[in-house]
Every structure is written in C-alpha cells, then in structure tokens.
Ligand binder design. Structure first.
Ligand code: NAP
Length: 282
C-alpha cells in the first residue's frame, strides 16, 4: 500500500541548501567576513532554548559565527529594543533572530519591527512580511521558505493546484499562503473559526499544516494523491499531521521530525550568508 509513497526527507533538502553555502562562506572568509547570526532569547521557555541552541550549533558546523543573547523573562520592551538596536549597528552581525514567542508583557510586534530590514533573516518585520506578499522579499520567513524549498527540491507542481493551509500566523500560515499564491496555486487559508475544516482540507492537492496541535490532521481528511507538508512541532517531536494515517492516501508527505524543521534551519543559515554578502556591497 505504501510502496509508491514519497517521504519528503528534510535532511536531504537541508544538505542540498547547506552544500551550496560552503563555497560562499569560504569566499567571504577570504574577504575577512564570517557570516554571523545573533539569536535573542527572552526567558526560559525550554522549547525556545532548544531551537536557539540548534540554530547556533548549525551555524558553527558550517563555519559561521553565532552570538547568543539570553535575556531575563522580566525584561521590558524598551530594554529588548535597545539590545536589538545594538545588534542593528554591529557590522559583524549579519542576521538577527528574536526567538518567538516572547513573554506576554513584551510588545512582540514592536520588537520584531525594530530589527533592521537588512538583518531580518527570518522575515518577521512588517516590511519583510509585505515584501514577501509582493513576492519581493530578500528574506521570507524561514519555515514558509523551507516548505517552498521542499516542494521545489522534489519537483512537486504548485501551479494550478489547490493548496489548503491550516493556520494564519504572521510567521507561518499567512506568508506560506502568499508564497503558494505567488507560485500560482489556488490557496485556501483556514484557521480556528473555519467552518467545515475537514471538508475544505479534503479539497487540497497540497495541504500545509501549521496549527500547533499534535496529530491534528487525520487520515480521512486527505484527498488521494495529495502532498502533505507538516510544519507542526509539538512537545515530544510530534507534528500537526497524523503521519501514519495521512500516509495512506497522500502521494507525498513530510515526517516529523526530519521534515520541515531541518530545512527551516538550513534556510536561516542561507539567509544569513545572503545578508553577509549583501553587507559587502552596502
Ligand atoms: P500559532 O501562532 O499558534 O498559529 C496557529 C494557527 O492555527 C492559528 O492561525 C490558529 O487560528 C490556527 N488554529 C488553531 N486551532 C485551530 C483549529 N482547531 N482549526 C483550525 N485552525 C486552528 O502557531 P505558529 O507559530 O504558526 O506555529 C504552528 C506550528 O508550527 C506549531 O506546531 C509550531 O511549533 C510549528 N513551527 C514549526 C517551525 C519549524 O521550523 N518546523 C517553525 C515555526 C513554527 P487563529 O488564527 O484563528 O487563532
């Protein structure tokens, strides 16, 4: 039954992205530049700590630099802004990543928007988001870009397909909807107020799950032959898609872990190298 299934292996896509960076990093280092990603973590959220550590390790493995700024959970928005401004003005820093979510008392939108557009390697600023909607972003959000990279790597057709995105967050559901639309898919974006969600998902030639609920998408929601991309990453390494159930009818599907996650990190590294190269010309 599963013989013809295509498992979309994130590590293969990530290796392909990272493989193309090595040469570029070497060329930059000959010019005295080491691409550097600064990550800011506010508070002690254990998942966020893991993500930030993984991103730092990935940088170092590729010969890039990473600066980690850990801030206490009770920091004010102004104090956070001042840290971001310092990084904006540091010529040795090429990319800035403020780990989401920040504690509730902090104005996350203002903090995201304080990141210089030149260093907004995760596409979180309002301007970066708008440029992405126009198909003109230098750095689209990394997870949406990773989803598009998987589709491209496996040569899965997007044009003319009906893509159903479950989730409308500004870092994931909305930008990936825009990117699919810009690639000529017909896109339906679903959210918590969507009525008849399951019936809408059943129309999807491409289904993107970005909900944040473990095993949320069930096997009998999947149209036979659909491509299923699971951006979810819930406690215990569980995706938003019930993999075993959805595998039955899907043509292609990403696993969790080792699906969208590694490609997201590789995309972040790529954006940081892009930003370092651009800094040479500015
Ligand atoms: P989020 O900000 O919490 O957004 C979740 C979205 O799902 C919201 O738009 C929400 O709708 C919608 N939703 C919630 N319950 C729903 C329901 N019952 N039916 C339909 N829609 C529902 O989450 P996020 O930041 O986008 O992240 C989504 C998932 O992706 C999480 O598992 C997260 O860990 C994962 N993630 C993975 C990566 C990666 O690298 N793989 C990166 C980022 C995030 P409303 O807007 O109506 O509330």
């Amino acid at each position: 039954m599963n013989a013809e299934k295509l498992i979309l292996e994130g590590n293969r896509v990530a290796d392909s992205i990272k493989g193309k960076l090595m040469d570029r990093i070497t060329k930059l280092s000959k010019k005295g530049i080491v691409p550097c990603l600064a990550t800011i973590l506010v508070g002690e959220n254990p998942s966020s700590k893991t993500y930030v550590r993984m991103k730092g390790n990935a940088c170092r493995r590729l010969g890039m630099k990473s600066i980690r700024i850990d801030l206490p959970a009770d920091i004010t928005t102004d104090e956070l802004l001042s840290q971001i401004h310092k990084l904006n003005h540091d010529p040795a820093v090429h990319g800035i990543l403020l780990q989401h979510p920040v504690p509730h008392h902090i104005d996350e939108r203002t903090a995201f928007d304080a990141i210089s557009i030149e260093k907004d390697v995760d596409g979180v600023t309002t301007l970066g988001y708008a440029l992405n909607a126009f198909g003109a972003a230098k750095f689209p959000s990394c997870t949406p870009a990773a989803i598009m990279a998987i589709l491209e790597y496996y040569e899965l057709q997007v044009e003319g397909k009906h893509a159903v995105v479950i989730g409308r967050s500004p870092i994931l559901g909305k930008p990936v909807s825009a990117m699919l639309l810009n690639k000529n898919a017909t896109v339906t974006t679903c959210h918590s107020r969507t009525i008849n969600l399951e019936d809408i998902v059943r129309l999807g030639d491409i289904v993107v799950a970005a909900v944040g609920k473990p095993n949320f998408v069930r096997g009998d929601w999947i149209k036979p032959g659909a491509v299923v991309l699971d951006a979810g990453y819930n406690e215990g390494n569980i995706g938003d898609v019930d993999f075993n159930e959805c595998l039955q009818d899907a043509y292609a599907i990403t696993p969790v872990p080792a699906g969208v996650g590694p490609v997201t990190i590789a995309t972040l590294l790529k954006h940081t190298v892009d930003a370092a190269e651009r800094s040479l010309n500015s």
